[in-house]
Every structure is written in structure tokens, then in C-alpha cells.
Design a protein around this ligand. Structure first.
Ligand SMILES: [Mn+2]
Length: 321
């Protein structure tokens, strides 16, 4: 008997959801099942192939719904859980009692743990730290920018490995370990720590680069990393360096695009007054009220710089602090 478990790949909540579901399934549903994993990533077009559902039972956690008749378990907490209204109607008609959506949950891990307890009478206290950290990480409920920039907590070090290590087989190994051991045991293991070191070194280098390039004025910190060739950065770095800022605006260039990233500081002393998605949409980008982005072709650096200047001007306060 095989369970195929599909989860949100390279995402802490996706991995934690897979581990919690595995424990629940093996202890409460089918102890002898063999579990196999598939990480799913968002991509344009269809997300699933019918051949993906090759188990006797098939489950999806922390990812979009599928109408496949082979899907027997589903858990999600995303606002946009359905690709189409037809998919949603299919879910609403489901009578299995094994498919769950709750968009009020900060993490899917927490949803699975709660459903397992309240509907299936499965409780495992040793999972509490994993559920707690999934809640903090997926909900971006950090206590300070330092917490997520200094990465002192082992759970955040494990998050970095899950998000950045390209080795899918190792991510699967992490799920299998989390299904039997505690979060702390897994996060502080030699292999996770070995893989975390180069990620940390790159992160600290990026931090120093942003420290050198960032300029702050009138509630906005801005930096242009095109010449540095840096494609990504921890989005809390600007607020770590400039706790007084309300907004951050950054320009980066990757192989496939030049990108403006616009964000707002969750701990800002002066509250956000702009809807960032609305501003980004004007340049063909998008996002949420608190964070957004605009993409240009890789060679459109000057166009990107000009848009960046305009966005910075629009977000800037009248007075400085
Ligand atoms: Mn999630």
C-alpha cells in the first residue's frame, strides 16, 4: 500500500505539512503504508499531471486543489487555492471528509495538526515546535528583523536550507526525519548544518553589499544591485539596516529579468500609507498591499532605474526623520 504525498516544494510550511501529515497517516490511518514524496512548484499552465497521482492513496498538502478522482486527501490554507471556479465547485461537493481548506490559517502545518486532533483524534505533543515555527515563518510573524536576518534559531537555519538547497532528495530526507524526530534534532543535525554554512556565507555577503549600497531618505530605503549581479536577498535586510524606514525599493538583475522589489517594514514607526500592489500594477507588476514587484526584460536596466526613481518619489514622505 503506497501513499503518494505531494507538498509545496522548497517551502518550510510545505515540508512541515508533509512531515505532520506523514506522522498522522502512519500512526492513525495506515501504519504499514509506504510513503513517497513529490515537491510541487508554482508554474504557468497546468500544475498537475494525472500520472503524479500514482499511489493507492494520494494527498496534497499546502498546495492547490486538483479535481483528480485519484486525490484522496487535501489540505490548504491559501486564499487562491483553486485554479478555476469549476475546481472550487468540485471541492464544495466533496463528501469524503478528507479535504480541508481554511484560508484563515497562517500555516498549513497548523491546519493539519488541528484537523488530525479534532476530527481524527490524533495528537502528538512533540510536533508543537514544528507547528509553531511554521506559523511564524509562513505568516512572516517574526519578532524583529534581527530574528530573520541574523538566523540564530536552528529552525530558521533549516528554513534556509529548505528554501535554497537545490537537492530535492535532501529535502525529502528532511521530511522523513521530521516525521520521526524533533524539529531541533533535525535542524541541528550535522548534514543540515553543513548545508547551511555556504548559504549563511552568501547571506552575510549580501547583507554587507546592501549595507554599502543602501541609501535612506524620507521613509524609503533604496538600493540598486544590478552591478553586483545579486539576484535575490533576504527581504528583511533593509529593515534590519534601517529600522526607521517605512518602505524599501530595490533593483536587481537576473538571467531572465530586471526586477524592482517594493516592500514595507512590518515594524515601521511611521505606518504604511500606500497600497504597493496598486503602484506596481501601474508598471505592469503586482503583489499585495504590503509587498510587490515589477519585472522588465533583462536588458531594460535604464527603464527599471527610471521606474524605480518614480516609485521612490511617490513613496517618500514630505519630511525626514
Ligand atoms: Mn503554506
Amino acid at each position: 500500500m503506497k501513499l503518494r504525498l505531494l507538498y509545496h516544494g522548497h517551502c518550510f510550511d510545505g515540508v512541515a505539512s508533509a512531515a505532520v501529515f506523514t506522522r498522522f497517516y502512519l500512526r492513525r490511518i495506515r501504519p504499514a503504508a509506504q510513503v513517497e514524496y513529490t515537491g510541487l512548484l508554482h508554474r504557468p499552465g497546468s500544475l498537475f499531471d494525472e500520472e503524479m497521482f500514482d499511489g493507492d492513496e494520494n494527498a496534497i498538502v499546502d498546495f492547490k486543489y486538483s479535481t483528480s478522482e485519484r486525490l484522496t486527501w487535501w489540505f490548504d490554507h491559501h486564499q487562491s487555492a483553486f485554479l478555476t471556479p469549476e475546481d472550487e465547485a468540485h471541492f464544495r461537493q466533496d463528501q469524503s471528509g478528507q479535504k480541508f481548506l481554511d484560508a484563515t490559517r497562517k500555516s498549513c502545518t497548523e491546519l493539519i495538526a488541528d484537523v488530525a486532533a479534532t476530527r481524527f483524534d490524533f495528537r502528538d505533543e512533540t510536533l508543537a515546535p514544528l507547528v509553531e515555527w511554521a506559523h511564524i515563518i509562513d505568516g512572516a510573524l517574526y519578532e524583529s528583523p534581527a530574528q530573520c536576518v541574523e538566523l540564530a534559531a536552528p529552525a530558521l537555519q533549516l528554513m534556509q536550507v529548505i528554501e535554497s538547497d537545490p537537492d530535492d532528495s535532501f529535502i525529502e530526507e528532511i521530511i522523513r526525519q521530521l516525521a520521526t524526530r524533533t524539529l531541533d534534532e533535525v535542524a541541528t543535525s550535522d548534514e543540515v548544518q553543513r548545508r547551511f554554512q555556504p548559504i549563511l556565507a552568501q547571506h552575510l555577503k549580501t547583507l554587507e553589499t546592501i549595507r554599502r549600497k543602501a541609501v535612506y531618505a524620507r521613509g524609503v530605503v533604496q538600493f540598486d544591485l544590478v552591478d553586483e549581479g545579486l539576484e535575490g536577498f533576504n527581504k528583511f535586510i533593509p529593515y534590519y539596516l534601517y529600522p526607521q524606514t517605512t518602505y524599501s525599493v530595490a533593483l536587481t538583475r537576473g538571467q531572465h529579468r530586471t526586477k524592482i522589489s517594493v516592500g514595507s517594514n512590518p515594524w515601521a514607526p511611521r505606518p504604511r500609507t500606500h497600497n504597493i500592489a496598486t503602484i506596481c500594477e501601474r508598471y505592469g507588476g503586482g503583489g499585495h498591499a504590503v509587498v510587490g514587484a515589477v519585472s522588465f526584460a533583462p536588458d531594460e536596466v535604464e527603464k527599471g532605474r527610471e521606474a524605480m526613481r518614480e516609485i521612490v518619489e511617490e513613496l517618500s514622505f514630505e519630511t525626514d526623520y
